[in-house]
Design a protein around this ligand. Sequence first.
Ligand code: KG4
Ligand code: ZN
Length: 369
Amino acid sequence: MPHPSPAEPSTKPLVVLGIETSCDETAAAVVRLGEGVETLSSQIGVQFDQHRPYGGVVPEIAARAHAEVIDQVIEAALHEAGLGYGDLDGVAAAAGPGLIGGVMVGLSAAKAIALARDIPLIAVNHLEGHAVSVRLTEAAPYPYLLLLASGGHCQLLAVEGVGHCVRLGSTLDDAAGEAFDKIAKSLGLPYPGGPALEKLALEGDPARARLPKMLADRKSCDFSFSGLKTAAARRAELCETEADRRDLAAAAQAAIADQLADKSAIAMRLYAESHSTGRLFAVAGGVAANGEVRRKLAAAAEAAGFGFVAPPLKFCTDNAAMIALAGAERLQRGLVDGLDAAARPRWPLDAEAARDRPLHAPGRKGAKA
Ligand code: KG4
Ligand code: ZN
């Protein structure tokens, strides 16, 4: 099938099925990209119950659980959209970064559909999905500045256009969602910890538990959460009452939100120096579901003279609509992949920055971000 060159995006409306299996959500969705974006369906099966006894995601359990339900989830997405396989212009799957067993389940399903229906396959970077997630519901023209804060990633990116992101900053250790999850665990909260910690923090007084401010004196927009995580875990052992636990949850949440907002403010200044347009700040990823984080980021954007957009909560955490949209935007430009597309456990969005400014010495496992 001939595809337009990347320079001349096709204007024909495109219907794309997206598949997402890179962590513990098995998701499928259908998006139509024409003049605007329409999410025709979005199905998400979560595996929380299978992982809860272990306090976190177990890769092997996740992969098996994806394999068991992927067919039904895809059928349900097509059914919700009122469409059949014959209506699809392309099929997109998250091909990484993520837990490799799960990624292979979703990517293999997409390859099978592409082969059987003779439609293009688009192997989407999961992070590119998060990067476009605001475009599912908001007018967010390229370029914009993005904070991507999830369970596995925490980075600030200039999103310049389709498939083109420039990394301004990243975490030196844990991701923000990981910090939420681990602090929640030390407070005895069930997995997934972020939403549970936000609930506990509701009635807490953040001023009653002092926690360290990480990298506060640095002018870069890199993040660090591991010291905060350790300090909060130590304090959790000293909590005697429910009020102590609430206050610690509130203090930890405030500390994470403050760091995200402070580093985003630095990134907005850097971004403004190199961009004469696109004064828009977007947040994406599971941590963007947190009310305090959203409030502090919105305030930082206002102070910097930027507009602020955040996806609705259902598109903050992992979903397949964002994969379908990233796939449709690539397909519009003829950016499609062969059936030999590889599943990738690691896949930096900004390959140049990852090569020239690695955050970790070679051979070390380092941050997932
Ligand atoms: O984007 P996501 O679903 O998966 C990844 O790609 O990692 O993000 C999941 C992360 C988890 O760490 C979860 O605890 C966190 O997002 N999260 C939250 C909230 N909802 C999800 N963290 C804080 N407050 C929330 N309301
Ligand atoms: Zn994600």
